[in-house]
Design a protein around this ligand. Structure first.
Ligand code: ZN
Ligand code: ZN
Length: 181
């Protein structure tokens, strides 16, 4: 079954929860984590990650209870609001990872020479930088979408201070953000 994730997310945002595996509309879903590349198709945020390679990252997976049982997803059953909180928090975690990567971790990843310590990722590996930037932009767009969902329902955004801290740090690194200035 081929899933159009952007459409699925839009549906999630509008009314009931659509199971990405069997398509059932359910009031509650299972949320859990998986590293299995095959689970990527049931992980909403994986839509934006690099599809050229199999995704073995730890990812948040959503499934209806029956599918969750079948695929042995270790998770908890949540309603729509709790699911949206889980997605927003997952987005925050991924954005923090991206921030850490841009700030520091890429240097270890690329094993750069100590004399290049002052250089930026975009100078050292423009292609890798572009890839990271695309991923971060995708996450920020999803964040705004989830944020809007809370706003439209006049629900509290979990951890609202997170956003301004993230933006400050990204700007301090001299990068742009869709989440503010
Ligand atoms: Zn299902
Ligand atoms: Zn992924």
């Amino acid at each position: 079954m081929q899933i159009d994730w952007q459409k699925a997310i839009d549906e999630i945002l509008s009314s009931e929860i659509c199971c990405p595996r069997c398509g059932a509309l359910v009031p509650e879903v299972m949320v859990g984590y998986s590293r299995a590349p095959s689970a990527g198709q049931f992980a909403p945020l994986c839509q934006g990650c690099d599809s050229r390679q199999e995704c073995d990252a730890r990812k948040l997976v959503l499934l209806c209870e029956a599918c969750g049982r079948e695929l042995r997803l270790r998770g908890r059953k949540v309603n729509q609001e709790a699911m949206m909180i889980a997605l927003l928090e997952e987005c925050q975690r991924n954005l923090e990872e991206s921030l850490d990567y841009l700030a520091e971790y890429w240097r270890e990843d690329l094993d750069i020479d100590p004399e290049d310590i002052g250089k930026r990722l975009e100078e050292m590996d423009p292609q890798l930088f572009a890839q990271e930037n695309t991923w971060r932009r995708y996450l920020e767009e999803q964040y705004l979408k989830f944020h809007r969902w809370f706003r439209e329902r006049a629900l509290r955004i979990p951890n609202p201070a997170w956003r301004s801290e993230y933006v400050e740090e990204i700007i301090a690194l001299n990068y742009e953000s869709l989440l503010g200035d």
